[in-house]
Design a protein around this ligand. Structure first.
Ligand code: PEP
Ligand code: MN
Length: 332
């Protein structure tokens, strides 16, 4: 249940009320809200005169739900806003991993030449094998910070465990919580304590309800800037790396107020399919895309088979606006 406190209640009293009712207390759009589990269906007697409005829910899709807020949340990625009434589809692009200064400079120049604002690149890679490239760590974060300063790009990078969160916050603009990390409550709780945007990727065996609940950890902890990213789930099919759940995207659009980013790269797993799949993603009318692009995919240290080269990426980008326009969006 979400309960909006009356305006006359100050911070200290609000905290006392929250504590004595075992509820979360958040400030959102100049109001104070208490959030309890969805099993609470009625306003407790002792709170009757302290509440100006309340919402009852069938399940724990609460702060993220359209029932609480019907319009999509606005989230700022640096100087670019997505969600709200913007109808922006932001193209987040860059290599899977930051590998060297030369590589990330080439990626930054590509994005800048195409008027794109947001560079991706992993520094702490959640690899399936301990023997694979694990990322450059802090050295990579420093390179991303340089790109941010030199090219004015917003940068997004993933956090693999909660001990890296402060570094990631210090050096970059958007925190990515990976498909394997999205159940890590240490990470989610740490993300809740910052106001940086947090992009949560759906685990490949995660139901939509569990996905939304991961977002609720961040929202109920006080950070309203959450974006969901569908990146493919595991099915019986092995011909492609994963299966992009576009039905799930329709569900998320219907039932949640969170901006949605689609990642065709990790879903498909092979560069040949990325252009068609990206156009299909744009046709869904979503808030963003995440596409992996590398100056020389053949030598990429992670996800080599799915990264587009620069020419392929330029070609793809030039085809997206007509599709976006057809569904009332624009690529930014
Ligand atoms: C990535 O974005 O490079 C990545 C590792 O993604 P995911 O967490 O979706 O596998
Ligand atoms: Mn990758």
């Amino acid at each position: 249940m979400i309960l909006q406190l009356t305006k006359n209640i100050g911070r200290e009293e609000a905290q006392q009320i929250a504590d004595s009712n075992k509820a979360f207390l958040i400030d959102y759009k100049s109001e104070k809200y208490l959030i309890t589990g969805s099993s609470m269906k009625e306003v407790p007697q002792q709170l009757q005169d302290k509440i100006s409005e309340f919402w009852v829910f069938e399940n724990d899709n609460q702060l993220a739900s359209r029932k609480f807020q019907s319009e999509t949340r606005e989230v700022k990625f640096g100087n670019v806003t997505i969600g709200g009434s913007t109808k922006n589809t932001i193209m987040i692009a860059g290599p899977c991993s930051v590998e060297s200064k030369e590589q990330i400079v080439q990626s930054s120049e590509l994005l800048t030449s195409l008027g794109l604002s947001t560079l991706r690149g992993g520094c702490y890679k959640p690899r399936t094998s301990p023997y694979s490239f694990q990322g450059l760590g802090l050295e990579g974060l420093k390179l991303l910070k340089k790109m941010r300063e030199q090219y004015g790009l917003n940068v997004i990078t993933e956090v693999r465990d909660a001990t890296q969160i402060n570094e990631v916050i210090e050096y970059t603009d958007i925190i990515q919580v990976g498909a394997k990390a999205m159940y890590d409550q240490g990470i989610l709780r740490a993300c809740a304590k910052t106001d940086k945007p947090v992009l949560i990727k759906r685990g490949f065996g995660t139901t939509l309800q569990e996905f939304v609940q991961a977002a609720e950890f961040v929202l109920s902890g006080g950070n309203p800037n959450v974006v969901l990213c569908e990146r493919g789930i595991r099915t019986f099919e092995t011909g492609t790396r994963f299966t992009l759940d576009l039905c799930g995207v329709a569900w998320l659009k219907e039932y949640t107020n969170l901006p949605i980013v689609l990642d065709p790269s990790h879903a498909m797993g092979y560069a040949y399919g990325i252009p068609d799949l990206t156009r299909a993603c744009v046709a869904m009318g979503v808030d963003g895309l995440l596409v992996e692009v590398h100056p020389n995919p053949k030598v990429a240290k992670s996800d080599a088979s799915q990264q587009l080269n620069h020419d392929e990426f330029r070609q793809l980008l030039s085809t997206l606006n007509p599709v976006a326009e057809a569904v009332g969006y624009k690529i930014v």
